[in-house]
Design a protein around this ligand. Structure first.
Ligand SMILES: [Zn+2]
Length: 221
């Protein structure tokens, strides 16, 4: 048995949290974690609703998405996950959601600007929109990696968002922050003229945050 049970339990817990918080519905979205020691990636399977998910349903794949263990097929977005892990050695947890407020920006193909301190601190700048490609395609994976750059979140045009972190817990917080920021920005636009942090202000907020909480990401963007 190659699959560590602690990782499997964590993925299940995160799945329930995503569902409860309305960040995913049905079988949409997917979750994965990478083990630094083996480089293997544990990912949710394709087409199993979160409440029905059992540890043995999860699928262990290598960095190219080839199945190493598990009976079910990995998530249809396995290429999206593996492409990010290959490009970003600092990332060990990835969550893809279809959360409603982030999706508003995704369908408008408009970035979410850094209007909240936590966006600057945790994401490292605006949440950019990846060029459109159909779900599950290698093009979607390429576009998402390009638009993500060295940040912690990216929007997928007309689709949803992806949050990444040095751990799965951090990736969850990133998804929650993006959803909140999208909501706050929309309401702020309706009621006034929201102030967007300058590039220098974002850099400074991020730098201070990493200095104080360096263990969260251990890197600077
Ligand atoms: Zn999706």
């Amino acid at each position: 048995m190659l699959i560590p049970s602690s990782d499997a339990e964590e993925i299940l817990k995160i799945g329930h949290a995503l569902l409860q918080e309305g960040l995913v519905v049905g079988t949409t979205g997917n979750v994965s974690v990478r083990r630094q020691d083996t480089g293997c990636i544990l990912i949710t399977p394709s087409g199993v609703p979160y409440p029905d998910l059992r540890p043995e349903d999860l699928v262990l794949v290598d960095e190219d998405g080839q199945r190493l263990e598990g009976k079910l097929r990995p998530s249809s977005e396995v290429m999206l996950h593996t492409a990010i892990y290959r490009r970003r050695q600092d990332v060990n947890g990835i969550i893809h959601t279809h959360s409603p407020f982030a999706s508003v920006f995704a369908v408008n193909r408009k970035e979410i600007p850094p209007v909240l301190v936590e966006v600057a601190q945790l994401i490292g700048g605006s949440v950019q929109v990846a060029e459109y490609a159909p779900p599950g395609t290698p093009e979607l994976a390429d576009f998402a990696v390009s638009a993500l750059r060295d940040r912690q979140a990216v929007l997928l045009a007309n689709h949803g968002m992806v949050g990444v972190g040095s751990s799965l817990k951090e990736a969850l917080v990133v998804c929650q922050v993006v959803e909140k920021a999208a909501q706050v920005y929309l309401l702020a636009k309706l009621t006034g003229n929201p102030y967007t942090f300058s590039e220098e202000e974002v850099k400074e907020l991020r730098r201070r945050f990493l200095k104080s909480y360096g263990q969260i990401t251990g890197r600077e963007s």
